[in-house]
Design a protein around this ligand. Structure first.
Ligand code: NAD
Length: 329
């Protein structure tokens, strides 16, 4: 099997080479994103290996199929960037890595929550400049607060379990409530109740037409003044302009995001010598109570190992059996 990896990052390359070569795949790498314009690069390959910001719309998938590509292997869990219906029509199989380390993402969500709540990002800079004043660094105990979790699948469940160590009240919203979490004391409630009662809210649901801008003007108007929002799931879950207004008008008291709705042309690149044209992101980054990380929640050694291994296994499995448990279409 000959596979071409798009959107290659330096941090992942050795993991992919090890896993692919051990299974006898030939693998090559491109740094560019896959989209309808760059699809040509896949000529002569059996599979393309793609990531979160590749854009596999109908035109891109059609071109891949014309070029003889048989499989799209997502090296991530979310698949909102792939038109699955179009993939089916063009006879392409799509596989993904459904779970590689829910701990990596859930632990990053906790890191963001704690950093934001205890102002560690401000303290870090302040102390390095010899300023040991504590003004503006007052946080809140998580103990006995209410934490809302939207989406309790692999990652949301681990996040709930971690938060139980703080002895807080856990509210969850998910169309498929988890019996195991209910038995552990998590209360499943409707979305509005979660929004109204939570001091901290963490998003762990996929981006779908139903969840697009789930945190928008209406949701923000229901949220407790002073609550904090953490998003490690997908940028499109949050209406950025509405969140900026809420931060400006004393609604949210903090926002920490690892994902951003317009991240595709920004994240995973060094933009330090460019003028970043995205006014919303730049506005957000002027707030002292906003933390942005560049889609790194998954970035642990364990996750990178599992992603590479499962992606290589998915391709072998498809080749041998024409089907695979991690297949979407
Ligand atoms: P999962 O499929 O195991 O769980 C998703 C959960 O969301 C399911 O329980 C589902 O029932 C629930 N859900 C579906 N629609 C919902 C809705 N309208 N409201 C509330 N809940 C809803 O997925 P997962 O592995 O836990 O991953 C969750 C998301 O995390 C992924 O979709 C992906 O977007 C994101 N993610 C981000 C990173 C990162 O590095 N930042 C890494 C991996 C995954």
């Amino acid at each position: 099997m000959k596979a071409l990896v798009f959107s290659t990052r330096k941090d992942e390359k050795s993991y992919l080479i090890n896993a692919f070569e051990a299974l006898g795949h030939k693998v090559m790498f491109e740094e560019v994103h896959l989209n309808r314009k760059t699809a040509e690069l896949a000529a002569g390959f059996d599979a393309v290996v793609v990531f979160v910001n590749d854009q596999l719309d109908d035109a891109c998938l059609e071109r891949l199929a014309e070029l003889g590509v048989k499989t799209v292997a997502l090296r991530c869990a979310g698949y909102n960037n792939v038109d699955l219906e179009a993939a089916k029509q063009h006879g392409l199989s799509v596989v993904r890595v459904p779970a590689y380390s829910p701990y990596a993402v859930a632990e990053h969500a906790l890191t963001l929550l704690m950093t934001l709540n205890r102002h560690v990002h401000k303290a870090y800079n302040r102390v390095r400049e010899g300023n040991f004043l504590l003004d503006g660094l007052v946080g809140r105990d998580i103990h006995h607060k209410t934490v809302g979790v939207i989406g309790t699948g692999n990652i949301g469940s681990v996040f709930c379990q971690i938060m139980q160590g703080f002895d807080c009240r856990l509210l969850a919203f998910d169309p498929n409530p988890s019996q195991a979490l209910i038995e552990q004391g998590v209360e499943f409630v409707d979305l509005d109740s979660l929004l109204q009662q939570s001091d901290f809210i963490s998003l762990h649901c996929p981006l779908t037409p139903q969840t697009h801008h789930v945190i928008g003007e209406r949701a923000l108007s229901l949220m407790k003044p002073g609550s904090m929002l953490i998003n490690t799931s997908r940028g499109g879950l949050v209406d950025t302009k509405a969140v900026i207004n809420s931060l400006k008008n004393g609604g949210l008291s903090g926002l920490a995001i690892d994902v951003y709705e317009e991240e595709a042309d920004l994240f995973f690149e060094d933009q330090s010598n460019q003028v970043i044209a995205d006014d919303d992101l730049m506005r957000l980054m002027t707030f002292p109570n906003v933390i942005v990380t560049g889609h790194q929640a998954f970035l642990t050694e364990e996750a990178l190992t599992n992603i590479a291994q499962t992606t290589a296994d998915n391709l072998i499995c498809l080749e041998k059996n024409n089907t695979c448990e991690n297949q979407l279409v």
